[in-house]
Design a protein around this ligand. Structure first.
Ligand code: ARG
Length: 424
């Protein structure tokens, strides 16, 4: 008799390997592994082989880099997504895609459950669970770490007992999550915010002292809010992200370290390397400043923020997301053009830009020429523009003066009172 099946999101690491065996035992089920390539630069073939060796009944390996870049990263670029002004939500963006693929494979395999390796203390469990619940309400969700009682040592003992290879690097105290949009490092000494991030944590980005002394200039072409070329050479989204990660990393760009508010109510110190994200988001914002009106800019800032928080908090499926996308996409119609970025010693700065939709007009703005902008108009404009503020200011001062006069009168009053008293 064939057993019931569970689809496990399998990374090849110790946790999900232990999980694979544990699910077979505890749930008396067959396990199907699913490993997705979102640009984490790992040997997918080796991971699949490991899954087979641990006794899966089927193993799926899918390259979803293109879908991830196009359907998840690109919307985040349009929304200038930086959670708490710092984090480009790289891990957050991959979760709804992984969840979607888990559900797809569960359907293909006729599995009753899906399983993931998230802990009960993080955001990732929310992103997975909410998406899975929406896409497939009938599918059971198993998160072994929320159920089992293993600590690190227990896990290693279990692994050894079950013939699961324990990597020599098991000593690394860090939990790492990587994709095309960035690298997240958590755990170990990083959990002490009053201690510096040790050098060994950084892998994608160079120390400033090891970066080139000469700046590098690169020009990013945008079309409707998303990058389409580097130095006038058209490239697909995946290659653009890979290339900018590499170039940015070389210049030490994209190291992020901040205090973060998790959705589950915890504060944590988070560490990321996101070179491509830093370069692209900075360039994108710069181009928006050239083509959007101030009113679009100010409203978009609020909508962008709302979008980012929803994505971070795992509500990718909420209809509000589509509503906000509609606004954002409408603004991006004009975000076409190019921005040249200067990469140097850990920084990525825009140094020139242009767009066919530019609202900047040399003939209007320049100090050098007489234009149809009549400087005399400024006088009347300022009079009306400042009217409410000037009126309020003046009123306040009139009131203050009369208050002062009253005080002065009071100083005179006591002698009068004395007199009055002596008359009693
Ligand atoms: N704090 C980040 C987030 O919630 C990163 C989580 C990534 N997970 C990891 N195992 N490092 O998006």
């Amino acid at each position: 008799m064939t057993k019931k099946k569970i689809v496990l999101a399998y990374s090849g690491g110790l946790d999900t390997s232990v999980m694979l065996k544990w699910l077979q035992e505890q749930y008396k089920s067959d396990v199907v592994s699913l490993t997705l390539d979102v640009g984490q630069e790992e040997n997918m073939k080796k991971i699949e082989e490991k899954a087979w060796s641990l006794g899966v009944v089927n193993a799926y390996t899918m390259d979803v880099k293109k879908e991830f870049a196009q359907e998840y990263v690109y919307p985040a670029i349009k929304a200038n997504a930086l959670y708490m002004d710092s984090y480009p939500i790289s891990s957050s963006l991959s979760r709804p895609l992984i969840a979607k693929k888990m559900v797809e494979v569960a359907e293909m395999e006729d599995a009753y459950a899906v399983a993931h390796g998230c802990t009960g203390k993080g955001n990732d469990q929310i992103r997975f669970d909410v998406t899975i619940k929406a896409l497939s309400p009938k599918t059971k969700i198993i998160a072994p770490v929320r159920e089992w009682k293993f600590d690190r040592h227990g896990e290693i003992v279990y692994a050894k007992e079950h013939g699961i290879p324990v990597p020599v690097t098991v000593d690394s105290p860090y939990s790492v999550d990587q994709n095309l949009w960035g690298r997240s490092i958590e755990g170990g000494v990083l959990e002490y915010p009053d201690k510096m991030v040790p050098k060994e944590v950084w892998e994608w980005t160079k120390e400033i002292k090891d970066t080139p002394d000469e700046p590098e200039f690169i020009t990013i072409g945008f079309e409707k809010g998303v990058p389409v070329s580097i130095d006038a050479v058209e490239m697909d989204p995946v290659s653009i992200l890979q290339k900018l990660n590499e170039k940015g990393g070389k210049h030490g760009i994209g190291r992020i370290e901040h205090m973060e508010d998790r959705t589950v109510g915890l504060k944590s110190r988070e560490t990321y390397e996101c070179p491509a994200a830093e370069i692209i988001l900075t360039a994108h914002k710069d181009l928006e400043k050239m083509v959007l009106t101030i009113h679009q800019m100010l409203t978009k800032r609020e909508i962008d923020h709302k979008w980012t928080v929803l994505a971070y908090q795992g509500l990718w499926v909420d209809p509000l997301m589509q509503d906000l996308d509609a606004f954002i996409n409408s603004t991006q119609e004009k975000v076409t053009g190019w921005v040249t970025m200067k990469l140097h010693k850990g920084t990525a700065k825009p140094v020139k830009r242009n767009s066919e939709f530019s609202l900047y007009d040399y003939n209007l703005t320049s100090f050098d020429i007489n234009t149809k902008y009549d400087q005399g108009d400024a006088l009347g404009f300022i009079a009306l523009w400042g009217l409410p503020s000037v009126t309020a200011w003046n009123l306040k001062h009139v009131m203050q003066e009369s208050e002062l006069e009253k005080q002065e009168q009071k100083v005179i009053t006591p002698s009068k009172t004395k007199k009055a008293n002596s008359n009693l």
